[in-house]
Design a protein around this ligand. Sequence first.
Ligand SMILES: OC[C@H]1O[C@H](O[C@H]2O[C@H](CO)[C@@H](O)[C@H](O)[C@H]2O)[C@H](O)[C@@H](O)[C@@H]1O
Length: 581
Amino acid sequence: MGKAIIFMIFTMSMNMIKDETCKSIDKGPVIPTTPLVIFLEKVQEAALQTYGHKGFDAKLFVDMSLRENLSEIVEAFNKLPRILNGLVPKSDLDDFIGSYLSSPDEDLVYVEPMDFVAEPEGFLPKVKNSEVRAWALKVHSLWKNLSRKVADHVLEKPELYTLLPLKNPVIIPGSRFKEVYYWDSYWIIRGLLAGKMYETAKGIVTNLVSLIDQFGYVLNGARAYYSNRSQPPVLAAMIVDIFNQTGDLDLVRRSLPALLKENHFWNSGIHKVTIQDAQGSNHSLSRYYAMWNKPRPESSTIDSKTASVLPNICEKRELYRELASAAESGWDFSSRWMSNGSDLTTTSTTSILPVDLNAFLLKMELDIAFLANLVGESSTASHFTEAAQNRQKAINCIFWNAEMGQWLDYWLTNSDTSEDIYKWEDLHQNKKSFASNFVPLWTENSCSDNNITTQKVVQSLMSSGLLQPAGIAMTLSNTGQQWDFPNGWPPLQHIIIEGLLRSGLEEARTLAKDIAIRWLRTNYVTYKKTGAMHEKYDVTKCGAHGGGGEYMSQTGFGWSNGVVLALLEEFGWPEDLKIDC
Ligand SMILES: OC[C@H]1O[C@H](O[C@H]2O[C@H](CO)[C@@H](O)[C@H](O)[C@H]2O)[C@H](O)[C@@H](O)[C@@H]1O
């Protein structure tokens, strides 16, 4: 074993000792990362020092791969000349990277999707306007740009790559997001289904199922450094939607055991929370909780800087976990998770029971019951029907706020019973309006309670301030974080629109259509201006992409394309309706 590797193992065990002393403040498991990720983080740190902040993207460095074995490369790295403050001169670092590391584009290679047809039969039949139709076909064609497969050399020597070798071709979000992402894949699949690309959609699901087989949950994304957390759990929803269009029972049969495992992941250990309602009944709900307490490797230099204002390693560890947990929520970052909305160091994701996660899990439980019934597994079906009923009750008791007509996130304060049971108190519901407060609309059952009327929710959404000229804002706070005002993100637009439609109420349908038109217009006009689909949009004005956060706004873009195609499929576009702003 090379000296460098021995040194790394020593450093890792020293960190474990430090972790021990932080036990009272930072609670929860840590899934160790690989020596390769730890090494690439060091390259990332050196690169920031040498190249400076301008145009620097930390993720680039952990996406690089090795040209030789790790131990040899680590030795070469340790021999690099260092000047003032340990800085590696630019020419030396350039040479080192050029000689020993491969660029991030070499692990996933282009592949023509097997079922892509430029204009599929029966494509978006309700789109009558020729300009919109031409755009929709263009968006559909973008699947070709975003289609990849794992390169053969990754399969031969996976230890040289942070990319996880998935068997089937994948569709990536785009730009810096060069690998599969969990919740993005749901909207990618919705778009693929609109374009009749059933085999590609099934391949994506099979890949995600293989991650559950290997790890017990679907990772945030298919990279070694994402193995310590998941993302919003929407795999069951993908399978139901594919089944509804293809009738593929084999896919259902193959995926069901993985869905049961995933359900267990979210309903056990640190993710599970027991809370007692005002009437004294106990409920089981879930929260986001990353199994990690160090800087996120893909943003290591950024997290270290954020935490640098904190006084000690234990508080830093606690913050790192909260940041990684925010990434698990998919909302990284947002004032929604902060006790002081203007201070990222107050991010407290694990102290919050999130409405959306529990609505996703309710949907998962209903979906599993549906899928189990299809393949004759009736006892699994009744178990999950009961689980869904229990979660439904919990959602109504803990999150629903009749005065506001919204479901509200709940802040957990220290549990006050010996059995770690939290006691519900009205003042711990977060009364701020977030787009996530409307996610339960997406889950058919949520409005079935007599006291909860969709009408109230519709009124509440319209007067919340979230509804803006070009779509729904995520929050009302303009903090500069990307999951805050004025940004609108595709998945939430679609969930709310589809949720409103599912209610069956005329008023809700009208609002759904209105939001869809605003969203489609801004996507179209921004596309015309910039030639690209964007990951997020500024909803305060039509024709502007979003911004803020820790990286430049990205283009491509998987879930944006998926949402546009799904909305055009649902609502169409009449000949005489203008698509310009
Ligand atoms: O590199 C920073 C973070 O980037 C990802 O988050 C954002 O992009 C994802 C892909 O489109 C999306 O799923 C997520 O909702 C976005 O906030 C990544 O998922 C994070 O884990 C990562 O730290």
